[in-house]
Design a protein. Structure first.
Length: 557
């Protein structure tokens, strides 16, 4: 709940009889990005208000409450580093924390640092327009409230607009339809329920084993099998926690300098450094590796991410292990990914995913053998027949990275909409700013490591950079900052070059990184693949050179 009423904002003024809150900074979103932005900017003495559509803080962890939701980064790394006290007082219970625990952590942070008094919940932002005369952002909510601020920070998350594909007849279905990204807070009682689930990305792969345990019957509609690896999750012991707390400083430093923003992998063990070339192995050696280490055998090879032939050998090893785990050969075959490289999509982690298909109450419908025709009142009609259900689950993902920004009416100089500027795909400088949109910042925006990294490490880096930038401007009496066209163009070229030739951009890869999951979305590789450490150094150097590539305007006198 809000602890402070809106009318206690620092400066209000009347406009056409309505009250307008005037602030230094409006932050949109109270997930991990928005919470830290508020903490940091308020600490600089700025007036800040966070506007959040949800009824509480937590962002992605507020919405994604589906059964089995869990982080794919070890909990001691998927946590804030800005407060040593917070690090020491919070006790994670599992190597990879589940959604309820991460949400508790977000709430703890909001309370611990007295953030709630500047967060306005149940407030969906509908538009943000730049007023060139006033050099201010005018942010409006769906309820018609107006905020004006020198700076507007979009902390709206990368995976926050659910993708609900149009399937003919969905409105006719007699039972409930759930989306993993908008799960009911009261949970769902699956006892005695026949469930159909569409989608086998991270959300599907995580929820399928848990729903299967409770439902009478679960049918999985799979369009593309995924490469999913066991999370190796386990409870943390007191000794694990003590060890982690003793080395937090070194751990954070290593994360900041790393490529991905995390240094511990599945099971909380250090990410192994690959040493062998798969192309130099014999079929017998590869088979022996699978026999000894299962999916983990794939971690050994350094040529798999960079060489298509090597990658295909790894895919064969992957399929071999699926065959070993799934008893029914037809189901095993259906679950085997083919025709696209290992590592082209975000790695999925699971707990007992393949074993779930050995249960009597679980069936796979491999949509490659005949797709969904329509949803009926009683189930799903496919080219392979009709399947009857009491409830349906869409685990169909998100309009990633740009979806949430483009659903708002964001307009920059000359009233130009962001939608028009990004018509052919997102354009940013450093994933932080867009030319033509002065003083608008995007936390973990497209063109930054964002979704390729430990999000909290990247969030903290962006917020710190933005906070330092605002301080720099205030110290020098500067009123606006925005990228030059040239700097933005150069950065886009660099982002594209960095991803070229990797599995991430293979022609056969249809990932949400490329926008390929949304019909009509331009196929552009959105995140920056150059690595968290190198990116951070680049951003710091740009700031040290007086914000090279940005145009800064002096305040009007
Ligand atoms: O979404 P997805 P997600 N008919 O887009 C299928 C993060 N995350 O929510 O591959 C039939 O990956 C679609 O099929 P296809 C994480 O970054 C993290 O699972 O397009 N099927 C696919 O199988 C992750 O990468 C965690 O052929 C349809 C699925 O739906 C990201 O969120 C947990 C369809 C969508 O998979 C997104 O994951 C959960 C249709 N019309 C999420 N439309 C962690 O572990 C779509 N599909 C931290």
């Amino acid at each position: 709940m809000n602890e402070k009423p809106l009318n206690s904002l620092p400066t209000d003024r009347l406009q056409n009889g309505a009250s307008v809150a005037v602030l230094d900074v409006v932050v949109v979103g109270a997930g991990f990005g928005g919470l830290y932005a508020l903490y940091r900017l308020r600490g600089r003495g700025l007036s800040v208000r966070v506007l959040e559509a949800a009824s509480d803080v937590g962002g992605t962890w507020y919405w994604n409450r589906y059964p089995g939701a869990r982080c794919d980064v070890p909990s001691v790394e998927y946590s804030y580093s800005f407060s040593k006290e917070l690090e020491q007082e919070w006790d994670w219970t599992e190597v990879m924390a589940g959604q309820p625990e991460i949400l508790r952590y977000a709430n703890h942070v909001a309370g611990r640092f007295d953030l709630r008094r500047d967060i306005q919940l149940d407030t969906r932002v509908s538009s943000a327009h730049y007023d060139e005369d006033e050099r201010r952002w005018r942010v409006e909510t769906e309820a018609g409230e107006v905020f004006e601020a020198r700076f507007c920070i979009m902390a709206t998350g990368c995976l926050s607009s659910p993708n609900t594909p149009f399937i003919e007849g969905a409105d006719d279905f007699a039972g409930p339809i759930y989306h993993t990204g908008r799960w009911p807070h009261e949970g769902v009682d699956w006892k005695g329920v026949r469930v159909g689930i569409i989608g086998t990305g991270s959300s599907g792969v995580q929820s399928i084993p848990v729903i299967a345990e409770q439902a009478e019957h679960l049918t999985v509609f799979q369009r593309t099998p995924n490469y999913t690896l066991p999370a190796g999750n386990r409870p943390l012991t007191d000794s694990d926690r003590a060890k982690a707390k003793a080395v937090y400083d070194q751990l954070r430093q290593s994360e900041r300098e790393s490529i991905t923003g995390f240094v511990l992998g599945f099971g909380g063990n250090p990410v192994p450094t690959p040493t062998d070339a798969i192309l130099a192995t014999t079929p017998e050696e590869r088979l022996a590796a699978v026999e000894a280490d299962g999916f983990e055998a794939l971690n050994r090879y350094l040529d798999v991410p960079i060489d298509a032939e090597a990658n295909e050998l790894a895919c064969e090893m992957y399929r071999e292990q699926v065959k070993r785990l799934v008893h029914d050969p037809k189901t095993a075959d259906g679950l085997m990914p083919r025709d696209y490289p290992f590592g082209c999509k975000r790695p999925v982690i699971d707990t007992d995913y393949f074993a779930t298909f050995n249960r009597d109450n679980v069936d796979l419908v491999d949509l490659r053998k005949g797709g969904i025709d329509r949803i009926t009142a009683t189930g799903i009609q496919t080219a392979q027949g009709h399947f009857e259900f009491d409830a349906l689950v869409y685990a169909t993902g998100f309009d990633a990275m740009t979806g949430t920004l483009l659903r708002m009416d964001i307009r920059g100089r000359e009233d130009i909409p962001l939608k028009a500027t990004w018509e052919a795909g997102p354009r940013t400088y450093l994933g932080l700013q867009v030319h033509g949109f002065p003083n608008l910042f995007t936390i973990t925006g497209p063109g930054s490591p964002s979704v390729l990294s430990n999000m909290i490490v990247s969030i903290e880096q962006h917020v710190d950079w933005i906070s330092d930038c605002i301080a720099y401007m205030d110290q020098r009496g500067l009123s606006t900052i925005e990228p030059t066209v040239e700097a933005e163009e150069k950065w886009i070229v660099h982002v594209n070059e960095a991803a070229e030739g990797s599995m991430l951009t293979a022609a056969s890869c249809n990932s949400w990184y490329l926008g390929a999951n949304i019909p009509g979305k331009p196929r552009i590789f959105m995140p920056y693949v150059g690595g968290v450490g190198e990116y951070r150094r680049g951003c710091d150097e740009i700031a040290a050179r007086g914000y090279e590539g940005f145009a800064l305007e002096a305040a009007r006198t």
